[in-house]
Write a protein that binds this ligand. Sequence first.
Ligand SMILES: *[C@@H]1O[C@H](CO)[C@@H](O)[C@H](O)[C@H]1NC(C)=O
Length: 309
Amino acid sequence: MASKLFIFIFFSSLPFVVLSQSFSTIQLPQNVRAPVSLTFDPLGKALYVAVSDGRILWLNSKFGFTDFAYTAPTRTKQLCDGTTNPDLGPVCGKPYSLSFSRRGDLYIVDAYFGLLVVGRNGGFATQLATSAEGVPFRFLTALDVDLLTEIPGVPPDATGRFMKYDPRTRQVTVLLRGLSRPSGVAVSLDRSFVLVSENSANRILKYWLRGRKANTAEILISLPAAPNQIKRNPVGDFWVPIRAVANQQPTSVIMPIGLKINRFGVVLASISFSAQYYNVSVSVALELNHALYTGSSFNAVDFVGAYTI
Ligand SMILES: *[C@@H]1O[C@H](CO)[C@@H](O)[C@H](O)[C@H]1NC(C)=O
């Protein structure tokens, strides 16, 4: 009962607006599941989705979801398309997070192939950074343009790192260490700071890139549940899905909630995803043109969600 009470306290103590909403689904191709990450191209025209069979798909009005890019040089469509077999990750790829540069290159982090980039025409992505030991990064979890987070080791631990990759010098710089399962990063609109979510610590950090506090981090907000990926919206606020858990005897049930927070850590709005995402986590919530698009790393999910907000 403890966690139920916890959620109740959370809902009743924060003065945020609960959004009214209508919901529709954008169905993934047959057998394709777990749309873990979403992004729009820099013009906000096309939606790109990373799915669990290792592909990055893009949505177009003519053909629906179409192959765009692959992270694994070993990937074949015959073996990998539609697979949910986790053992095939090292062969098929496991993209986790997507972010376009302003120039229109798509940066990708993949659990097995690290940091990659692919140009406008898509296809096989090029691996970029490797660790100091010269091997590809493993367990990269999130990126925004040229900032990365990584979970080495088995979570939950406090060995996650937050890093910066400079495409010109190809240097990787570690900005923060000792993070508890960093799961999301988002750079502010004015590029003065970046938010980093710590999944196992139930909080979001604010790391200053510029100004008086440059190169230091502070806790932006402590949350009642684990935060996932963070996405900036067009006006510079941020959406982060959290994974609340309620005890429903005899088992527990995951209650995914989306929070909109501003640069000061004030919760501006919340949205419950429970009705559409029963007992699964939402990994990403991406806002564009009064719609909130949602994805999940769970194999039970075979659609991209679209809430009107
Ligand atoms: C929710 O999912 C978990 C596994 O992730 C399962 O153990 C639990 O029984 C489910 N709860 C309900 C109420 O279906």
